[in-house]
Design a protein around this ligand. Structure first.
Ligand SMILES: [Mn+2]
Length: 419
């Protein structure tokens, strides 16, 4: 029994506000689906952040539908959970994945936590924010008990785990039951493989460069998915790389040698099939940056999709904070200053923002702030609280309404594949 595991496809994401980037995400998703079919797997698992948002555009929905129908045509069922991006947080709302149940998508949710695929037990949960980690842990314990009855089992989650994530994780390694054969994780966009219990834990990573800090990992491990063979004692994992449609070119230029630097880039990118994205650090700058920007844009604008320059002045220096009595770190200083608010969450947020910004991780920082707001002010425009039970009720209604038809649908489509 072989299956494909992918995650974090973020369909509908319009990086840098560019429609071209949105199309790149669709293009790579299409290629991933084709490669999955070539691999002749028995089923597919998508571990969340299928879509960029919980309310995807019609185009994003159609692009997914196209892929799902291709899989269906090849007799390959797909299991999916909602991630933090495509999660329904408001009361009574449902994740976009549910739209595709009638087309055979097997949505793993707090209601339908587990399925059987042949003799393999597949269980999982959608993304739970850190504020709900107690509920998450108790649900994990329930799933672990159920899994104990089966020889082979897969746990599907979209969470950060302390060992694999340097900030804002919801689970510590010890919180995760160790009796599953394979842990199909999503959330971390970098490819990660590790031993876990008697099995394997994998984050396949995102399928496109969602944030520019994924570039190093992309160069090292490529983007793509994994194919997992469950026939042996331990799962055997094969990385399947799928080329991203467009290159990112990251260069440092010296302002005093700007011309030759620009020439070098021109030489590199002139024959590219798709215009690349240029990420430039211009060092030793001692003149008006708008003039430099104009030069770069004139020389490289037509050859690239977007130029993201960062200017570093000649006298750039790092500011250090020191106090007279004893030197303390900036983190401690922030904590002391925010003590009067008596709010640990705010203190942690401030320290995390500081440490990300000091490493120039602006995109991570935006993500962190978004997450903070989603978790702390979840229903601000509808004035409602997160009530998981009610979300579950809503979903029960839907699955009851459609279950008969769904069953027929599944029987027709996956005849054989499910036996
Ligand atoms: Mn993601």
């Amino acid at each position: 029994m072989k299956f494909a595991h992918l995650a974090d496809t973020h369909l509908g994401y319009r990086q840098f506000g560019l429609i071209e980037r949105e199309k790149d995400f669709y293009e790579v998703f299409g290629k991933v689906i084709d490669k999955i079919i070539e691999e002749k797997v028995d089923f597919v698992i998508h571990s969340g952040d299928l879509f960029e948002t919980a309310k995807p555009s019609p185009l994003a929905l159609l692009e997914f539908q196209k892929g799902l129908l291709k899989l269906k045509g090849a007799g390959i069922p797909m299991y999916a959970i909602a991630g933090n991006h495509d999660s329904a947080i408001r009361k009574g709302s449902i994740p976009p994945q549910v739209i595709f149940k009638k087309m055979g998508l097997k949505v793993i949710s707090p209601i339908n936590t587990n399925y059987m695929q042949g003799d393999i037990f597949i269980a999982g949960l959608p993304y739970f924010p850190a504020s709900k980690s107690k509920v998450l842990k108790s649900k994990l314990a329930e799933l672990s008990k159920k899994a104990a009855d089966y020889e082979k089992s897969i746990l599907v989650l979209h969470q950060g785990i302390d060992n694999y994530f340097d900030y804002q994780y919801e689970l510590e390694t010890g919180d995760i039951p160790d009796n599953f054969t394979y842990y199909a994780l999503g959330h971390i966009h970098k490819y990660t493989v590790s031993d876990f219990g008697n099995g394997k834990l994998v984050y396949p990573g995102s399928t496109e460069v969602w944030k520019t800090d994924e570039l190093d990992d992309c160069r090292e491990n490529g983007k793509g998915f994994v194919v997992v063979d469950l026939d042996g004692q331990k799962p055997v994992i094969k990385r399947v790389k799928v080329d991203i449609p467009r290159e990112f070119i990251k260069r440092s230029l010296d302002y005093n040698n700007l011309e030759s630097g620009i020439l070098g880039i021109k030489e590199t990118i002139k024959d590219f099939e798709k215009e690349p994205i240029l990420i430039l650090d211009i060092n030793n700058v001692d003149s008006d940056t708008s003039v430099i920007y104009d030069i770069i844009n004139r020389e490289l604008g037509d050859l690239s999709l977007m130029i993201r320059p960062k200017f570093h002045p000649i006298d750039e220096e790092i500011i250090t904070i020191e106090r007279e009595d004893s030197p303390i770190g900036p983190e401690q200083l922030i904590n002391e200053k925010l003590e009067e608010y008596g709010n640990d969450d705010v203190k942690k947020l401030a320290v995390d923002i500081y440490s990300l910004l000091s490493k120039d991780k602006t995109e991570d920082c935006e993500e962190l702030i978004d997450q903070y707001f989603i978790e702390h002010y979840p229903a601000v425009d509808e004035n409602e609280d997160i009530k998981l039970d009610e979300i579950e009720d809503e979903e029960v209604e839907i699955s009851e309404e459609t279950s008969e038809e769904e069953k027929k649908d599944v029987q027709v489509t996956f005849k054989g594949a499910l036996e």
